[in-house]
Each structure stands twice: as C-alpha cells, then as structure tokens.
Write a protein that binds this ligand. Structure first.
Ligand SMILES: [Zn+2]
Length: 277
C-alpha cells in the first residue's frame, strides 16, 4: 500500500503540472483573439473618427484659413506692349504710349549702398530697372543681387561710364558690348535695355546698342533727386513715363518722394521688360 502511495504521488504531481501548463497554454491561445479584437476596435475607431460629413468640414477648413492669410489680390495690369524689336532702328524711349496707370523707374550707377533702401526694395518689390555700372557694383554685387531678387531688372549702363558723344561707333560698341559680358559674369543676366551715361547718345549709340543685342535705349521723362520729383513738363507724373533716380546718399528721401507722387497720381510701378519686347 505504501508502495502504491509512493508511486501515485509523482503521477499526481506530474499530472497537475501538465494540467496547469495546459491551462496556461489555453489562456495564451485565447488571448490571441482578444488582441485581434482590440486591434480591430482600434482600427475601426481610427476610421470612424472622421465621418464623411467631418471629412468635408476638415477639407474645407484649411481652405478658409489659407484664403484669410493670402495677400489681397491686385488685378494685374495687362501691358500695352511696345514692339521695339520690330522697329528698323533701336528706339530711344522716355515714355510709353498708354492710358493705363503705370510708371517705370530706372535707378542708375550704384554709388551708395544704403541698407534702409535695401529693406525698402525688399518690402515694395518694385520691378524697377537698375542701370548699374561695374565701377560701383563690383565692390558689393550682393547688395544689388538682393534688389534684383526682389523683382528688379538689370539694365546696361556702359563699361566705364564715358560720355558716348565723344566716342566713335566702334568705341561705343565696345562700351556697350563689353558691359553685356560683365553683367552676364557678375549677375548671370544679359540686359535688354541700355541707358547712356548722362543721357547722351547719337545715331551711333542706337546702332551700337542694336549690335550688342539691346532691345531699346532708355532715357527719362522726369527725375527724382534731393528728395524731390523734377518734371521736364508740367507738375505731375503721368501714365507711361520713365523716371530717373540714382543710388545717392539721399536715396531714401528720393524713394519716399517718388512713392508719395505715384500714390497721389494712383500709378503703379511696372516692369519695362514686360512692356517693351
Ligand atoms: Zn550714370
């Protein structure tokens, strides 16, 4: 009897151990569908958060906020294009024929690099034309690159800023053509427009400009200097006129005087590149 008991004890121990292992195993097995269920619920809950109705609300909401943040849309003025390249000779322009409220500004040389003026150009993004000369821009081309990046254009203003009336046709051609290469090397831009130093030009200038790939030679109808607008005729700026300014020490006074005048006349600074083709 004792022997039977001794034999039975290990059997009972082993069986109970096996049973408890089985129950453990079955719990593990049962836990799989439970996990699956939770996952499904989570999955469903993710999808069910956004209903069709909510989707349309969510989709429309960013559109409203984007519209609010956008700058007011100013209707673009369609240019009255002056077809300079179709003319037999390169034209000399001081204004463009238009009834649209536009004005063109060319700023010359580049002597003074005023930081306040740089901020003004970055803010206003006027498509002015910079008739720069390398004797002024070479020391700090980055200043003018920033203005060009703010929407300005680059114009040719000769290689060495000489009075062209004292030069032969070949000399004038060299002054203009050589400068084209300098602008290409310094700014990666080949100018379309040329403004002769001091506004001095003759027939040779127009021919030389054409041979250097210039579309039009640009003068001015009025100039801004010493914080004042100086009119050649009358007492106000008119639609289509081309204006002269310089990078001089008082450029901020000049920019403010010009801005006040164009606001008074309700004129917008437009891009010569878009109006003269
Ligand atoms: Zn000049």
């Amino acid at each position: 009897m004792k022997l039977v008991i001794y034999l039975l004890i290990p059997v009972i121990v082993i069986s109970s151990a096996l049973l408890s292992y089985n129950s453990l195993f079955s719990t593990k097995m049962n836990s799989q569908p439970e996990l699956k269920k939770i996952n499904t619920l989570l999955g469903e809950s993710k999808i069910s958060v956004i209903s069709d109705e909510e989707m349309s609300i969510t989709a429309s909401m960013p559109r409203i906020s984007i519209t609010k943040e956008e700058a007011p849309i100013i209707p673009k003025i369609v240019p009255d294009i002056f077809k300079a390249s179709e003319k037999p000779n390169t034209p000399f322009l001081i204004s463009l024929e238009t009834k649209k409220p536009v004005i063109f500004l060319g700023i010359d040389d580049g002597l003074v690099k005023n930081p306040e003026a740089l901020e003004f150009f970055k803010k206003h993004k006027w498509p002015v034309t910079l008739f720069l000369n390398q004797m002024y821009f070479k020391e700090n081309p980055g200043y003018f690159k920033t203005i060009l990046d703010s929407g300005a254009n680059l114009g040719n203003h000769t290689n060495t800023h000489l009075n062209l009336l004292k030069l032969s046709y070949e000399q004038q051609k060299r002054e203009i053509c050589d400068a084209q290469n300098v602008y290409k090397d310094s700014f990666g831009i080949t100018p379309k427009f040329f403004r002769p130093p001091y506004g001095n030009y003759n027939d040779n200038t127009l021919k030389a400009a054409k041979s250097c790939g210039i579309t039009a030679v640009i003068g001015w109808k009025a100039r801004v200097d010493e914080g004042k607008v100086w009119y050649q005729v009358g007492d106000k700026l008119n639609a289509g006129e081309i204006i002269l300014m310089h990078f001089r020490p008082q450029i901020m006074d000049d920019l403010k005087a010009f801005e006040a005048e164009i606001n008074r006349q309700k004129l917008t600074v437009e891009d010569l590149n878009e109006w003269v083709k």
